[in-house]
Design a protein around this ligand. Structure first.
Ligand code: C5P
Length: 217
């Protein structure tokens, strides 16, 4: 079973995807980490042709060893860099095969990102699109960063999330929209446990419909 989980920055899609993977015993790939690793590789470079060339080279040589420094990868500034390299078509093309091979491994997988249901796994068995309003997303990300000891400037973080949303929404190579057959889950008013229960209910319903059986009540 392939489960595609998409949504905007800090919507909780990563936590939900990890929870679904645990629940169904499937491997999980947070595809944002790939773009973040490419972003980190070009940190400090000025925007322009040299930035693009370096980003493409980093994407083409990316492997699992670049995904281990989670502290640097998940920093808010790295998210902004990731959204900059994510608008480069050759970066997206270079990362496609890695994501596709992960998704099509025997038994299936859970992938979360922006274009999983639209571009990477249009054939996914279940697609979820996770939404939450930008203030709720900022507050969640702030609490995650504070939990690991970082000092958070909420004003700056809110603007970083809005900046990423804007760039992601305009990304000409993205497909950062809800796939037609994706199930929308708005988690603005939900804690993580309730959101995970709701996500599992969506997956169960989709599985039952696929099997041609009864929808679980
Ligand atoms: O999901 P996360 O916030 O870690 O993603 C960081 C950035 O990587 C996003 O803002 C987006 O620009 C890019 N991204 C993407 N396609 C994906 C996953 C992430 O373009 N599948």
């Amino acid at each position: 079973m392939i489960i595609a989980v998409d949504g905007p920055a800090a919507s909780g899609k990563g936590t939900l995807a990890a929870g679904l993977a645990r629940h169904y015993g499937l491997p999980h790939l947070d595809t944002g980490l790939l773009y973040r690793a490419v972003g980190l590789a070009v940190a400090g470079k000025e925007d322009g042709p040299a930035f693009e060339t370096a980003a493409i080279a980093a994407a083409e040589s990316l492997d699992a060893s670049h995904l281990t420094d989670l502290e640097a990868l998940t920093a808010a500034d790295t998210g902004v860099l990731a959204s900059k390299v994510a608008v480069i078509a050759q970066v997206r093309a270079a990362l496609f095969d890695f994501q596709r091979s992960f998704a099509t491994q025997p038994g299936g997988a859970v992938l979360d990102g922006r274009d999983i249901g639209t571009r990477i796994c249009p054939d996914a068995d279940v697609k979820l699109f996770i939404q939450a309003d930008s203030k709720a997303r900022m507050e969640r990300r702030a609490q995650q960063l504070e939990a690991r000891g970082e000092t958070v400037d909420r004003y700056k973080l809110f603007h970083q999330i809005e900046e990423r949303d804007a760039r992601d929404m305009l990304n000409p190579h993205g497909g950062f929209y809800q796939a037609e057959d994706a199930h929308l889950l708005d988690t603005t008013q939900m804690g993580i446990e309730a959101a995970l229960r709701a996500a599992i209910a969506i997956v169960e319903k989709a599985k039952a419909l696929k099997a041609g059986g009864q929808e679980p009540s």
